[in-house]
Write a protein of this length. Structure first.
Length: 70
């Protein structure tokens, strides 16, 4: 199932210490410049190559974020 959450819900999850994987889908250069604490970098064009090794638990809750409207 894929659901969308907003910034406030993500902040709440992070502040509460909930157990989930946080994935940034931006290119590595952008990740190196700045990213949310604890986020893994998995650019959308590298999902096939890296997802299995970065996200081995198929039952884990995963939150993916990238640049969006400002």
């Amino acid at each position: 199932m894929v659901a969308q959450i907003g910034r406030e819900e993500l902040k709440h999850k992070m502040d509460a210490g909930e157990n989930f994987l946080l994935v940034e889908a931006l290119p590595e250069e952008k990740y190196r410049q700045a990213h949310l604490a604890g986020a893994l970098n998995l650019p959308h064009n590298q999902v096939r190559q890296k997802a299995a090794s970065l996200l081995p638990d198929k039952n884990a809750e995963i939150v993916v974020y990238c640049a969006g409207p400002t």
